[in-house]
Write a protein that binds this ligand. Structure first.
Ligand code: NG6
Ligand code: CA
Length: 514
């Protein structure tokens, strides 16, 4: 009995990070192996087919190298077809739709994840990691009264598990157009305070509506308010002149901040949540990438994104960290073409299929809304060149990393997160039984590992109700698809397979009332 439990404990440890180097020999002497660093590259609006490893026509050699030397998932999902809810779930392990107010956040939203809530960075801090977020945030800042742009911006990332934070508060298309480092706006002149309103014009900066001749990129829908750097945004902003960003510099700035964080001498391993602005609108690549492709600005920011990944990998190599760093590359939701600016994304798309043969796109309940590229690169433990077909959700990262580190987490809060650590690193082909997808207006869909997919009937519009021309997948009646036989979701089987339809509706309700 004693013998058995010893072996059991040993094999458990061997599977987790804190490997007992002596496991193979059967000795009980514990020699902890260095924990891997973790970089989670969370891209914005990158579709299932947008990168060359998944069939994209725009060259992305650095990301392709990650796939070739890592594990490429073909059934991994963001939890939602828009940014804020996907990020909420990724960081908390809870589906965002379980409470109201977690849809796409305005640029002046209060913090959506409040101190006291279980989070992925807290799990990793507890496991001995130093943690940082660099890039797009879009989860609100500040208490009930909203963000104080001229004072301390908290609660924010530092209050929920990050040791360091350098962020775009919302997205590039929303005011205020300034970076925030830890609790403060970067470079703010106290004599020129920032004022932000999402209701009425403030200050005397021109707007895209009244002064389109001042724009470097014309708006198509929404996005016609305050102009900064020749781009009109959602929302009005006055003041903060010295702190304004230049969209062209996002990628370089984030690489620089990541480099500073990674370069800190420390005994601790690091977790870097690196959340790119690319390829969200406004798609304004640095001058050196403008015109890099024949696909227009959308193609150029994909190339810029690939450059970013290349820079991060170069950094790891230079520091001798490549071997034992887990790099995860994924996206917050599916592809979109015209998302508010006239950048010819659709007109110049050519043979590039951003949704990789899936139906729909960003906002959609169809597969392209949430099925995303997902690559795990970890030379020390993952042999390259394999595909992972198991069903996986980004909401599972929290429980999976808790398991890998053998630390506990609050499963009453991170209620939807499941431990699929072995699936994540390719040691198992067993994934989830099922997952829930959140589309526009919090409408849900439900996918099972056996390939069946339910889109419950709802009153939503069939096409996204602003100029994107994306099919939502919504219909008044329930729809049932078999993704194995019909990956493009063309044939509704709800009438042909009423038992499966009912079973799935019951399962979904069961998950919703948990
Ligand atoms: C929409 C915006 C879109 C984009 C999106 C959020 C309009 C008409 N559309 O409301 O441009 O900002 O919100 O994108 O304003 S996300 O990837 O951050 O969720
Ligand atoms: Ca997004």
């Amino acid at each position: 009995m004693l013998h058995f439990s010893k072996i059991f404990l040993c094999s458990l440890s061997c599977l987790a990070f804190s490997v007992l180097a002596s496991c193979q020999s059967g000795s009980s002497k514990q020699i902890p192996e260095t924990k891997p660093n973790i970089i989670l590259i969370y891209t914005d609006d990158v579709g299932y087919g947008d990168i060359s490893a998944y069939g994209g026509k725009i060259p992305t050699p650095n990301i392709e190298k990650l796939a070739q030397n890592g594990l490429m998932f073909t059934n991994a999902y963001a939890t939602a077809a828009t940014c804020t809810p996907s990020r909420y779930s990724l960081l908390t392990g809870e589906y965002a739709w379980r409470a109201k107010g977690r849809g796409v956040a305005p640029g002046d939203a209060s913090a959506l994840i409040r101190p006291g809530v279980e989070t992925l960075p807290l799990v990793l801090q507890r496991s001995g990691y130093r943690t940082a977020v660099v890039g797009k945030w879009h989860l609100g800042l500040g208490g009930e009264e909203g963000p104080d742009w001229n004072g301390e911006l908290k609660p924010g990332p530092l209050e929920i598990g990050f040791d360091y934070s350098f962020i775009i508060p919302a997205t590039g298309d929303r005011v205020p157009t300034v970076f925030v480092e830890n609790h403060r706006v970067v470079g703010l002149d106290p004599h020129d305070p920032i004022e932000v309103s999402y209701r009425k014009k403030v200050g005397d900066r021109p707007t895209g509506k009244d002064n389109p001749e001042q724009l470097q990129m014309m708006w198509s829908h929404g996005h016609d308010q305050t102009i900064v750097n020749g781009v009109s945004r959602i929302g009005y902003m006055a003041g903060g002149e010295a702190a304004l960003w230049r969209d062209e510099d996002f990628a370089q700035t984030f690489v620089d901040k990541a480099t500073e964080f990674v370069t800190v001498e420390s005994e601790q391993p690091f977790f870097l949540y690196f959340s790119t602005h690319d390829i969200h609108v406004p798609r304004i690549a640095h001058e050196r990438f403008q015109g890099a492709t024949e696909f227009g600005p959308r193609g150029d920011v994909i190339v810029q994104l690939d450059w970013t990944v290349g820079e991060l990998m170069k950094l790891l190599k230079e520091k001798g960290l490549e071997e034992n760093t887990i790099v995860i590359f994924t996206s917050d939701n599916g592809p979109v073409w015209d998302d508010g600016y006239v950048d010819q994304a659709k007109e110049l798309i050519g043979s590039h299929d951003a949704s990789g043969g899936l139906r729909g796109g960003k906002y959609s309940a169809f597969e392209a809304g949430t099925r995303v590229p997902f690559i795990v690169h970890w030379p020390k433990r993952i042999q390259g060149g394999k595909n992972q077909r198991a069903l996986f959700s980004q909401v599972d990262l929290l429980a999976s990393f808790a398991a890998a580190n053998q630390v506990s987490y609050d499963s009453t809060q991170a209620i939807d997160s499941q431990d699929h650590w072995h699936t994540l690193i390719g040691k198992s082909e067993q994934g989830r039984h099922s997952l829930v997808q959140e589309a526009l207006f919090s409408n849900l869909a439900y996918v099972r590992a056996d390939g069946y997919k339910l889109i419950p009937g709802n009153e939503g519009p069939q096409i996204v109700p602003w100029g994107t021309e994306i099919e939502t997948g919504f219909a008044k009646a329930d729809q049932l698809f078999d993704l194995n036989a019909d990956p493009h979701e063309k044939t509704d089987l709800s009438a042909a397979k009423p038992e499966i339809l009912q079973e799935m509706k019951d399962e979904l309700i069961g998950i919703m009332i948990q």
